[in-house]
Design a protein around this ligand. Structure first.
Ligand code: GLN
Ligand code: ZN
Length: 768
C-alpha cells in the first residue's frame, strides 16, 4: 500500500499560517522551518499508522513542487540575484511571489524594474485546480544541483524510523512544463544538460539509503511529439543506471499512444492511473516486461467519494494473481494533494453524506482494507467491504441526490434558451447608449481585499459570536467604503467588492441545493492559498436569489454602474468535487439553469451589467486534444444557457484567469459575452494575439496589473502594456482592468495600483 504524495498544508492549515506570518515579518525563518518539519513528521507517522507501507518523502513543499524542482536544478532566472550555491528562502519566495524589496534591485538587468522583481508565471498543474510556478529556462540554460531537499527529507524521515520513497518530478515533465523566452524553442531540448543533475541527485539519494525513488512523469499522459517521446528514452536509459530503483509515476489519464514508450523504458516500476483510465491495466499487464513492478492507482486521488471496495477487489484480484503480489502495489491514482485531509474533522456534515465520503486519511484506510482483501482474502475484511458497498447503495437510492423537478427542467431546455436575441453589433449599440462610458473604461474584476477585519467578522459570525445583523452591518460599511473609494479615484464601472464572499465558488455552493460544504476540507490552490471546494452530491437548483440584495445595496449608493457578480457554471463545476454517478456535463447544465435564474433576477432588479466569471473554463479542458471538442461544446452551451436570457441592452461580462486562448478562441467567441476580462499582464499582452488573429469582435479587458504580486505597478508600465494591447485590438474594444480579483491583496497595495491604473487610462484617452 503506497501513497504518491499527501497534502502538505496541515490538518489545520498550519503551513499557511506559518508562511503568512513569516512573510509579514512576524515570525522568523527558523519558526517556518520548524513548523514545516513538524508537519512532515506528523504526516509520515500518520501514514505509517494507517497502514501505508510505501511512504513518500520530498512531496512536501513550502510553496510548490515545480518551483522546488527549478530551484533544485539551479534554474533561477537572472534578476533574482542568485549566483550559485544553496538557494536562500528569500530567493525562493521572490520567484514565487515577486518582491518589492532588495532582491533584484541591484541586479543591473535591464528587463527588471527598480522596485523589486516580478514572480514567475503561474499556471494550472495539468487539469487540476493546483497552480505551479512555470520554470523559465534560457535556450543555453545551465543546470547545477542546488538543493539537498530530497536527501534532507529522506534522512529526516529515517531519523524518525520511517524509510521513505523520495518523490521527484521527472526531468521530461519538468522541461515540458517550463517555458523559454526564445520563440519556437522547446525546453525539452535541454534534457542532455539537465540529466547530469538528476544523476547526481539519484546517486546522492542512493548513498543516503534510498532504494526506490518515485519519479513523476505525468507528461506521459499528454499528447507528445516524437522528439518528446525520444526524450523519455534518453532520460531513463541514463537515470535507471544512476542507483535507486525508479518507480515511474504517470497519472491524470491513460498512457494511450505513449504506452509503448513507457513500457520500453528500463525503469523498475510503473504507476498507472486506473481511476481515470481503468482500461489500461489489461494492456499493461499483457505487454509489460515480466519483472516490471506495477503500482496500481485504484483509489481516486482527485475526488472525495468512498470507493466501491468489493468491486475494486474483484476487478484487480485476477491481475494480482497473474503478476504475483510481490510485483504489485496498490495506491491512489495520483498524489492526495488534491483532496482534503481528514473527514473526521467534518462534524457538521449531513450524516448520510458523511458515510459516502473518503478524504486523504480515509483513502489510506481504504487502501489498507484493499491490501488485506487482496493478499489475505476477502473473508478477512468482510465488515469493511460490506460497509463500503452499503454506503454506495444508499447513495444511489437517496432522495437527497435525486430531484425530479430539476430533471424536468433539464428536459425542457430548448435552442432559444441558448442564444441572445440579437448579434453583438446590435447589442453593443444599445449598451453604449445606455451606459455612456468613456473610451478605455476602467473597472476591476470583482473582489477587493479580504482584510483581517473582514475575515475576522466572517469567522466571528460563523462561530455565532457576531449576530447576522451586526455582520451584515459591517459588510455594508465595507461595501459602502469600497463604492465611495472607487467613485473617488474615478473608476467607471464599479463592483461591490465581494466582502460577503468567502470564495467565489463556495459562496454559491452554500446557497444552492445539491451542494454540501465543509468546515476544514481545504485543498491547496497555490502557495498559501487554499480553497474548500463544495461537494456536489445531488441535483442542483437555486431555492432563492443569491446575490441580488448585495448588488441592490451597492447600486443604491452610486450613480455609476455596479456590475452584478456571479460565478459561471463551468467554474462552479470545475472547482467543486463533482458527482461520479452522472456525467459532468449533466451537472454543469443543472448549475447553468440555477445561474440563469440569478441573472434574470439581477436584471429585473436593475443591473445593467452582469459579470459571470468563468475562471476555470480552460482548466477543465481534457488533457488530450482529441477530447477537447466534446468538453468545449457542453461548457460553452452551459455558459450560453446561463447568460443569454437577458435583454440586448444588458451587458454580459465574463472573466477568465491564467488562460492561454490560442487553441480555444473559437469557444471563447462562441460564448458571446459582450465583454471579457483576462489575465495578460505577465505575458506582455502576447495572449491577445489569438484574439487579433481571430478578429474577435466583442470587447476585451486585458489585465494590466499583476495581482499575484504585492508590488505596485507604475503608470508607465500599464500604459506600456496598453500600448501593446492597442497594437492587437481596436480602441473601441479595450477595457482597462487588473488581471483578476484583488481579494488576496492588501489595500496598501491596491489603492496606489488602481489609482495608477485609472491614470494610465486617462493618459490613453488624452492621447487617443
Ligand atoms: N470576481 C472574482 C474576484 O474578483 C473573480 C476571481 C477569479 O477569476 N479567480 O475575486
Ligand atoms: Zn481571475
Amino acid at each position: 500500500m503506497a501513497t504518491l504524495g499527501v497534502p502538505r498544508i496541515g490538518r489545520r492549515r498550519e503551513l499557511k499560517f506559518a508562511l503568512e506570518s513569516y512573510w509579514s515579518g512576524t515570525s522568523s525563518e527558523a519558526d517556518l522551518i520548524d513548523t514545516a518539519r513538524k508537519l512532515r513528521a506528523a504526516s509520515w507517522i500518520e501514514q505509517r499508522d494507517r497502514g501505508i507501507t510505501r511512504i513518500p518523502s520530498n512531496d512536501f513543499s513550502f510553496y510548490d513542487h515545480v518551483l522546488d524542482t527549478a530551484v533544485m536544478v539551479g534554474a533561477i532566472p537572472a534578476g533574482y540575484g542568485w549566483h550559485g550555491g544553496d538557494v536562500p528562502l528569500k530567493t525562493y519566495f521572490a520567484m514565487a511571489r515577486g518582491s518589492q524589496g532588495d532582491i533584484g534591485s541591484d541586479c543591473g538587468h535591464p528587463g527588471h524594474h527598480h522596485h523589486g522583481v516580478t514572480a514567475l508565471e503561474m499556471t494550472k498543474w495539468f487539469d487540476t485546480n493546483y497552480h505551479y510556478m512555470v520554470p523559465e529556462l534560457a535556450a543555453d540554460q545551465a543546470f547545477a544541483l542546488s538543493s539537498t531537499k530530497p536527501i534532507d527529507h529522506f534522512l529526516e524521515a529515517r531519523a524518525l524510523g520511517i524509510h521513505t520513497r523520495p518523490v521527484i518530478l521527472g526531468p521530461v515533465t519538468f522541461l515540458k512544463l517550463a517555458k523559454s523566452h526564445t520563440d519556437g524553442f522547446d525546453p525539452v531540448a535541454l534534457l542532455p544538460r539537465l540529466l547530469p543533475v538528476y544523476e547526481e541527485l539519484l546517486q546522492k539519494l542512493a548513498a543516503a539509503g534510498a532504494d526506490w525513488v518515485q519519479i513523476d512523469e505525468p507528461a506521459l499522459v499528454l499528447d507528445l511529439t516524437a522528439s518528446q517521446r525520444d526524450a523519455f528514452k534518453l532520460a531513463y536509459e541514463r537515470l535507471a543506471a544512476a542507483g535507486p530503483r525508479l518507480l515511474l509515476a504517470t497519472y491524470f489519464g491513460a498512457l494511450g499512444d505513449n504506452l509503448g514508450v513507457a513500457l520500453s523504458l528500463p525503469v523498475a516500476g510503473l504507476h498507472l492511473d486506473l481511476v481515470r483510465a481503468p482500461e489500461q491495466l489489461a494492456a499493461v499487464v499483457d505487454q509489460a516486461r515480466n519483472d516490471l513492478f506495477l503500482s496500481l492507482g485504484i483509489i481516486d486521488g482527485r475526488n472525495i467519494w468512498r470507493a466501491d471496495l468489493p468491486a475494486i477487489v474483484d476487478r484487480i484480484a485476477p491481475f494480482v494473481e497473474r503478476r504475483g503480489a510481490g510485483l504489485i502495489e496498490i495506491a491512489p491514482s495520483c498524489s492526495l494533494l488534491h483532496v482534503p485531509i481528514d473527514l473526521e474533522l467534518e462534524v457538521a456534515l449531513d450524516g448520510d453524506l458523511r458515510t459516502w465520503l473518503a478524504f486523504a486519511t480515509q483513502k489510506m484506510g481504504e487502501l489498507a482494507v484493499l491490501g488485506k482483501a487482496l493478499s489475505e482474502g476477502k473473508s478477512t475484511v468482510v465488515a469493511e467491504l460490506r460497509a463500503a458497498s452499503d454506503a454506495i447503495a444508499a447513495r444511489r437510492a437517496s432522495l437527497k441526490v435525486h430531484d425530479p423537478l430539476v430533471e424536468g427542467r433539464i428536459a425542457g431546455i430548448g435552442e432559444a434558451m441558448k442564444k441572445r436575441t440579437s448579434d453583438f453589433g446590435s447589442r453593443s449599440r444599445l449598451q453604449a447608449a445606455k451606459l455612456a462610458l468613456p473610451a478605455f473604461p476602467t473597472t476591476t474584476i470583482g473582489s477587493f481585499p479580504q482584510t483581517p477585519d473582514v475575515r475576522k467578522a466572517r469567522s466571528s459570525h460563523a462561530k455565532g459570536e457576531l449576530s447576522y445583523i451586526d455582520y451584515e452591518g459591517f459588510l455594508k460599511k465595507e461595501t459602502e467604503a469600497a463604492i465611495r473609494w472607487q467613485e473617488e479615484i474615478g473608476l467607471d464601472v464599479l463592483v461591490h467588492g465581494e466582502f460577503e464572499r468567502n470564495d467565489m465558488v463556495q459562496y454559491f455552493g452554500e446557497q444552492l441545493s445539491g451542494f454540501a460544504f465543509t468546515q476544514h476540507a481545504w485543498v491547496q490552490s497555490y502557495g498559501s492559498r487554499y480553497v474548500r471546494p463544495p461537494i456536489i452530491f445531488g441535483d442542483v437548483s437555486r431555492p432563492r436569489p443569491m446575490t441580488v440584495a448585495w448588488w441592490r445595496y451597492a447600486q443604491s449608493l452610486t450613480g455609476r454602474p455596479v456590475k452584478g457578480m456571479l460565478t459561471g457554471p463551468v467554474t462552479i463545476l470545475n472547482w467543486s468535487f463533482v458527482r461520479d454517478d452522472i456525467p459532468r456535463a449533466a451537472t454543469c447544465r443543472q448549475i447553468a439553469l440555477a445561474i440563469r435564474d440569478e441573472v434574470a433576477d439581477l436584471e429585473s432588479a436593475g443591473a445593467a451589467m452582469i459579470q459571470i466569471d468563468e475562471a476555470a473554463l480552460r482548466e477543465g479542458l481534457p488533457l488530450r486534444k482529441a477530447d477537447w471538442k466534446t468538453y468545449l461544446d457542453w461548457a460553452v452551451e452551459s455558459f450560453r444557457l446561463c447568460s443569454t436570457g437577458v435583454a440586448d441592452a444588458t451587458q454580459i461580462h465574463t472573466h477568465m484567469c491564467y488562460s492561454e486562448f490560442n487553441d480555444i478562441i473559437d469557444a471563447i467567441a462562441a460564448m458571446d459575452a459582450d465583454v471579457i476580462s483576462i489575465e495578460t499582464s505577465r505575458s506582455k499582452m502576447e495572449l491577445l494575439d489569438a484574439f487579433k488573429t481571430y478578429k474577435y469582435p466583442n470587447e476585451i479587458g486585458p489585465g494590466v496589473y499583476d495581482i499575484h504580486s504585492p508590488r505596485v505597478p507604475e503608470i508607465g508600465e500599464m500604459t506600456e502594456l496598453l500600448t501593446l494591447a492597442r497594437k492587437r485590438l481596436s480602441d473601441r474594444q479595450l477595457w482597462v482592468n487588473p488581471d483578476c480579483g484583488l481579494k488576496t491583496r492588501k489595500w496598501e497595495e491596491v489603492r496606489p495600483a488602481l489609482v495608477n491604473m485609472v491614470s494610465a487610462a486617462k493618459e490613453l484617452r488624452a492621447a487617443a
